[in-house]
Design a protein around this ligand. Structure first.
Ligand code: NAD
Length: 355
């Protein structure tokens, strides 16, 4: 391997690190608090909005050990302080990680800023009212994040995530490859889980995607779903598993309506989305080129333009490497176009962003 191929190679123009630098014992606290010693890049993550989703993500990130520093930002600063204190007390059981409550200037140097700030739907409030309220909140947040950290990646988790990702791209004025939403990462996980229960295989061995809107118009890509490269009709026929239209309808309904079912029972969802955000953070910080169904700005796909929705996307340290333009069945293509229409309408009803 040439020196420049090595993971430890210093970026061009930077002084080369000594061999001793790379030989320091693992687990040494001072090392973990420095930028990632293998890549000499920062592993600081900022989280804006540390309610249920943001704080659960922070906890997941701490347990993973992949971040050297986590900054918590919330309009309710006391809440951020409380979360930081509680998380810091888990550090002795986890990994050396610097965790603090901060303000927007502390986004400086973060490889990723995850935004999970916002409010839920109030009784009697329309979905559009919620969109307007959360878009106004983003008007306060995004320009400050982008100003403090013009080099970082912004990941949006707040709902409606596709519309707010679009709003964030407009407000941040950063390259679109560095602004995206968690999209259908969670819906895809739910779909794979429901399928795995039916098919009797590990969900990690089920390759299937939910694309389009993270919401009611989302689309299951049945035509490409597979286990070990075997399309589902073949896999099921070979293994004596039924796959009739009503079974497929039930699996998709359970996927699409999962959030509502959970909210009815416990008021909110946060573990699975936090694990999904963690997977996105890992793909970025470890430069993994992982395929994830995240929401990004889509152009010229089955007639869809200028809207954020989810397609399988290769994610690396640079953000979006490329969006995978799946070849869909005519029914699925109609579904994703309908998703785009729904999202376009919502964006238009918001009026001029930032105005
Ligand atoms: N993308 C997904 O798959 C997914 C899944 C679950 C939840 N969510 C969404 O995540 C968001 C957060 O959910 P939650 O359960 O954590 O809500 P929450 O109410 O527990 O937390 C929201 C936090 O945002 C903070 N906040 C509000 N306005 C702010 C502002 N202007 N600046 C900074 N912080 C501000 C609040 O103080 C609060 O701490 C919601 O929009 C929810 O719908 C998304």
């Amino acid at each position: 391997m040439s020196e420049t191929d090595s993971p430890a190679a210093a970026p061009t123009g930077e002084p080369k690190k000594s061999a001793a630098h790379h030989r320091r014992p693992t687990g040494e606290p001072s090392m973990a608090r420095e930028p990632n010693y293998q890549t000499a890049r920062p592993t600081k993550v900022a989280i804006v909005g540390v309610g249920l989703v943001g704080s659960t993500f922070a906890y997941t990130l701490l347990l993973s050990g992949i971040a050297s520093e986590i900054v918590l930002i919330d309009v309710n600063h006391e809440r951020a302080e409380g979360e930081a204190m509680d998380l810091n007390h888990a550090v002795p059981f986890a990994h050396p990680t610097k965790i603090c409550a901060g303000d927007y200037s502390d986004c400086e140097g973060a490889a990723i800023t995850v935004i999970a700030a916002g409010t839920g739907q109030k009784p009697g409030e329309s979905r559009l009212d919620l969109v307007k309220r959360n878009a106004a909140i983003f008007g306060q947040i995004v320009p400050r994040v982008a100003k403090a950290n013009p080099e970082g990646i912004i990941v949006v988790a707040t709902n409606p995530v596709d519309v707010l990702t679009y709003v964030t791209i407009e407000l941040a004025e950063l390259p679109a490859r560095r602004v995206f939403g968690s999209g259908t990462i969670l819906d895809t996980a739910r779909f794979r889980y429901m399928l795995s229960e039916h098919l009797g295989v590990d969900p990690r061995s089920v390759h299937a995607y939910i694309i389009g809107e993270h919401g009611d118009s989302e689309v299951p890509v049945w035509s490409l779903a597979n286990v070990a490269g075997m399309r589902l009709p073949t896999f099921c026929a070979e293994n004596g598993i039924p796959l009739e239209a009503d079974t497929m309808e039930r699996i998709f309904r359970q996927t699409r309506d999962a959030a509502q079912e959970i909210i009815t029972r416990k008021g909110a969802t946060y573990y699975a989305v936090a694990a999904g955000l963690m997977r996105i953070a890992e793909a970025i910080l470890r430069d993994q080129n992982t395929v994830l169904s995240i929401s990004s700005l889509i152009t010229d796909y089955y007639g869809i333009d200028d809207v954020c929705l989810s397609l399988p996307t290769v994610v690396s340290r640079r953000g979006i490497e490329r969006v995978l333009r799946l070849e869909l069945s005519p029914h699925e293509a109609r579904g994703v176009r309908k998703s785009a229409d729904v999202l376009h309408q919502t964006i238009e009803s918001l009026g001029k962003i930032g105005g």
